[in-house]
Write a new protein. Sequence first.
Length: 188
Amino acid sequence: MEINQEVHKAFETIQNGGIILYPTDTVWGIGCDATNAEAVKKIYALKQREESKSMIVLMNGEKMMYNVFKEIPEVAWQILDLSEKPTTLILDNPKNIASNIIAEDNTLGIRLVKEPFCFKLMERMKKPLVSTSANISGMPTPKSFKEISPEILNGVDYVVNLHQEKICNKPSTIIKLTNDNQVKIIRK
């Protein structure tokens, strides 16, 4: 029952344009509705990050991906099927998403998640979820909830009360795919 209560509280916060601190399948993240440009601005401000540095978006399945990308290269599905660890794909020409999370080259980094909290939250939202590490820009990514700075904890509208004792995995692999089938590994 606890996970459903946390999904409900996080959903209400996001519905009201708020930002949340939550566990992902990799590290603790700061997130909001990926279609709400005002909420996205709050995250950039909290992280003290330039808006020209895009953030990634979590999705919970194929349907959500096709709502954001008209074209998804076939190799994207192969990479996702074969990945043994969380993998972020950077894809071309996103749509139906806040413009301030799209990179200057008109790409968007996305990751499909299986983590139950994130998955259920997006099921409820019916929208993708922004995900960026829970740190001030330029500072190290916290490996556990205890390492998250008071500035971040106090700067979000809601802190999800799940997995706070868990040590996080390392950040995801990042692979950039273009619609003309170029593949570039950004982070292993």
